[in-house]
Design a protein around this ligand. Structure first.
Ligand code: GSY
Length: 194
């Protein structure tokens, strides 16, 4: 099995904080949203995992571009090629990998980073489950649990997807024990590294 690749991170800007009010101005009161974010922010970095997939265009380049722009990446799994799960017939095969972050960002902040990476890959949301240049899913963020209409963490479908569990198992074998069956691993084909 190809070992996971340690990622040499580019210098990262710190997680966004509320902008400081200009000197002399009264400090702005926290909004409900910013107060919630601050309460959820882990004090020490936690292990977080994002699932990346591409089945349109130069798949390897889209994945590499996402790894380069995502924050706090410490490790990248090998790549795997997989047939599309769901979606319209006739789609091309996916290239998938999982990245590990050591981060103090919240799940909600990581969703914003994931969506920014998808936008940078010119992803168009044409049809649900349809082919895409880049998909970035927030899988796990420490022990954070989120149940909101647009974000559920841990990712609700990850435990049934071989294309997530196989690369996740390369980075964190203890997390997939009891979930990764030989049936799920079937058809997940090694495709080198980034
Ligand atoms: O959920 C991620 C996007 N996606 C994938 C994927 O990444 N890999 C495979 N094999 N099938 C998929 N179907 C969807 S939607």
């Amino acid at each position: 099995m190809t070992p996971p690749r340690r990622h040499k991170p580019k210098p990262q800007a710190p997680a966004p904080r509320r902008p400081q009010a200009p000197a002399g101005d009264a400090p702005r009161p926290p909004t409900a949203e910013s107060a919630l974010q601050e309460r959820r922010r882990p004090r020490a970095p936690v292990r977080a995992f994002l699932g990346l997939g591409s089945n349109l265009g130069d798949r390897r380049a889209y994945l590499a571009g996402a790894v380069a722009r995502l924050p706090d990446v410490v490790c990248v799994s090998p790549l795997y090629e997989t047939d599309p799960v769901g979606g319209p017939p006739g789609q091309g095969a996916y290239l998938n990998c999982v990245v590990e972050l050591a981060t103090t960002r919240t799940g909600r902040e990581l969703l914003a980073e994931a969506q920014a990476a998808e936008a940078a890959a010119h992803r168009e949301r044409v049809e649900r489950w349809g082919p895409r240049t880049l998909d970035v899913d927030v899988l796990l963020v420490g022990d954070e649990e989120i149940n909101e209409p647009d974000l559920v963490v841990p990712h609700p479908r990850m435990w049934k997807r071989g294309f997530v569990l196989v690369p996740l198992g390369d980075l964190a074998p203890e997390l997939v024990i009891g979930h990764l069956t030989s049936e799920l691993a079937r058809g997940v084909r090694p495709a080198g590294t980034l």
